[in-house]
Design a protein around this ligand. Structure first.
Ligand SMILES: [Zn+2]
Length: 361
């Protein structure tokens, strides 16, 4: 476990043209500030050999509160791309990072909150076929299966929680006109032949239950394997969402763990044990408490279903990871905000959009 160095960042992939940040020794300026622009105009490039984590989008929640792209992470192994979640703006961001989806092998969805899946339609439809260096071989989409809503919740729109398979099927049906037309008119391979959606099956031995025990302590279980990576999952704790997952990617180069949205939880510690890089969500609780417009129920959800800046330090310390990267950031601008985390665990980096983290196991 060595401390990864940071990849190059482009002005565009950071904060949009015209804004920018100081990038030096991994210390970044505050978001939204008028700090000096990054000097590199070229997109961040991910080498063809090796294992890398790319924080394509680092923003939290279905809200545009600043320049950050919606949550999405890529794990790249010898050029093969594995995406974790697809938040708003990630399609453009992946292109800017030089990641073309003809190398996409699988998309992993941590949970079905909209900020994690809102750009799945564009990911598939804007990366369809060789003409756009897009998907040419079947891509697997793995995510939560159907589950009922928590006790007492009303079903306004049925089905209450259809799961990943149903989400993708409905999405393709919604775009049926475009898909049918382009297959006929442009000779494209039917998109439904190129996408294989699967609901992740939770081991029965976990005895997980949406109301009584959404995140029982459990051993990680394997959900995917190919010639390049093995992916394991565990239930994390993101009430009232169920199921909600964290994922671990192991390759011959090392390991990357993505926490998903979660409170500080022993399942994530177990999954991340001695991982080279742990990419964990984090919120600045004080930021939200000071927001005048957030309704009390929404504030309660934020505080009860995420991890604060001290908690994330404890998770990294207890798991013994090599490097802690904060992403899915709520009320956190840059590295300076992670001082309280750094007192518990170091090294820690507050990620920016498009940042590349080499994995050196
Ligand atoms: Zn969420």
């Amino acid at each position: 476990m060595t401390s990864p160095e940071f990849g190059r960042l482009s002005r565009r992939t950071l904060f949009g043209v015209g804004a920018g940040a100081v990038v030096a020794s991994g210390v970044l300026g505050s978001l939204g500030s008028s700090a000096a622009a990054a000097t590199d105009e070229q997109p961040a490039q991910v080498p063809k050999e090796g294992m890398f984590a790319v924080t394509l989008g680092t923003g939290a929640g279905p809200a545009i509160r600043g320049p950050r792209i919606g949550i999405s992470t890529a794990v790249v192994v010898d050029g093969n791309i594995y995406l974790i979640d697809a938040g708003l703006g990630m399609v453009r961001q992946a292109t800017d990072a030089g990641l073309t989806m003809d190398r996409l092998r699988a998309l992993f969805i941590t949970h079905l909150h909209s900020d994690h899946i809102s750009e799945v339609p564009a990911l598939l439809l804007y990366n369809w076929g060789p003409g756009v260096k897009g998907i040419v071989e079947p891509v697997r989409v793995l995510g939560p299966g159907p589950a009922r809503l928590p006790h007492g919740a009303e079903v306004h729109i049925p089905p209450p929680t259809g799961g990943t398979e149903r989400f993708v099927r409905d999405l393709l049906e919604t775009y049926a006109y475009d898909i049918n037309l382009r297959v006929h008119d442009e000779g494209r391979t039917p998109l439904d032949d190129l996408v294989q959606a699967e609901d992740i099956e939770i081991p029965k031995s976990a005895r997980a239950d949406v109301d009584r025990n959404p995140a029982p302590e459990m051993d990680p279980f394997q959900i995917y394997q190919d010639d390049h990576v093995r992916v394991t999952a565990t239930l994390n704790n993101h009430p009232p969402v169920f199921p909600s997952f964290a994922f671990r990617f192991d390759s011959r180069y090392g390991s990357v763990v993505i926490s998903g949205d979660t409170t500080e939880h022993p399942n994530v510690v177990r999954l991340a044990t001695e991982a080279d890089i742990l990419i964990h969500e984090a919120i600045n609780a004080d930021f939200y408490k000071k927001q005048p417009n957030i309704p009390p129920a929404q504030l309660e959800h934020i505080l009860d279903s995420h991890t604060d800046l001290e908690g994330v330090g404890r998770v990294a310390r207890d798991a013994g990871v090599g490097h802690l990267v904060l992403s899915h950031l709520g009320g956190i601008a840059g590295d300076a905000d992670a001082a309280v985390t750094r007192e518990i665990f170091d090294p820690v980096t507050v990620a920016v959009d498009g940042q590349v983290f080499p994995v050196a196991g």
